[in-house]
Design a protein around this ligand. Structure first.
Ligand SMILES: [Zn+2]
Length: 260
């Protein structure tokens, strides 16, 4: 058994049993998959079309059998509520907190930017236990980000993985400026790591018509998806139909998430 696979098996076992794995001050909190018997489960429940779905009409996300398409429809419906300023936030109260305290069945894993204007749960009008959210500037990938996304789809079994770029992303804008100036963004720290990571997206759209930043943001989502499809954990899940991978773009001006 390889070191990697034994480590992963250990992690998987620890997560199933609720064991907390500590390493110095960093603690990987246990995330038991067990669902209390009292938790409502709406197996195979239909998902109504966007613009017409109050959150309360959909069973809590304890539903373990959503397909990727159903999960995506739930996100789309939640974003429609957000855009229309009809957020329901029914999954944020005490009852929900108690319901998910002993177990979780999130229905989507989402990678988004750290931008303060793009809080993932809010723009999709979702609550406690609904989403596995990973955020990094410009959705930049590193080992921790990829590992966290793998954790979402492989250990928490979300049937959907979304990479969400957004309008006027400052991380990609900074990358463009650094490339044009032929200089680093800082002498110390890790911001240049982000710039280096995002540089391929900017290079890819050089000379293309349209807004350069917007083009780079879209190219970045595509590159991130392509990179995630190289993951030995994510790739087979997508191939077998257990996980749906989707790119998306959040418009700051409208609040709307557009699938790409
Ligand atoms: Zn951003």
């Amino acid at each position: 058994m390889s070191t990697t696979s034994s480590r992963r098996r250990f992690l998987s076992t620890a997560l199933r049993t609720g064991l907390v794995v500590g390493a110095g001050s960093a603690v990987l909190a246990a995330c038991s998959e067990a669902t209390p018997a009292s938790t409502p489960v709406g197996a195979g429940s239909p998902v109504a079309p966007a613009n017409s779905v109050p959150a309360g009409s959909i069973p809590p996300s304890a539903d373990p059998v959503l397909t990727g398409e159903q999960a995506l429809a739930r996100l789309v419906a939640g974003n429609a509520r957000f855009v229309a300023d009809r957020d329901e936030r029914l999954d944020e109260g005490v009852a929900r907190r108690v319901a998910v305290s002993k177990g979780q069945h999130p229905f989507a894993t989402v990678l988004g930017c750290v931008d303060s204007r793009v809080p993932i749960e809010l723009v999709f009008d979702q609550g406690l236990g609904d989403l596995v959210v990973v955020r990094s500037a410009g959705e930049a990938l590193d080992h921790s980000v990829v590992g966290s996304l793998e954790f979402g789809v492989a250990e928490l079994h979300t049937p959907l993985l979304v990479v969400l770029g957004h309008q006027r992303c400052g991380a990609l804008d900074a990358t463009i400026k650094a490339i044009d100036a032929h200089q680093r963004t800082s002498e110390a720290g890790q911001i240049d790591y982000l710039v280096e990571t995002l540089t391929p997206a900017v290079r890819q759209v050089a000379g293309k018509p349209g807004d350069r930043l917007t083009n780079a943001i879209h190219a970045n989502v595509d590159l991130v998806l392509a990179e995630l499809r190289k993951s030995p954990v994510i790739a087979p899940l997508e191939k077998s139909g257990k996980v749906k991978l989707v790119g998306a773009y959040y418009e700051l001006d409208t609040g709307q998430v557009v699938l790409t």
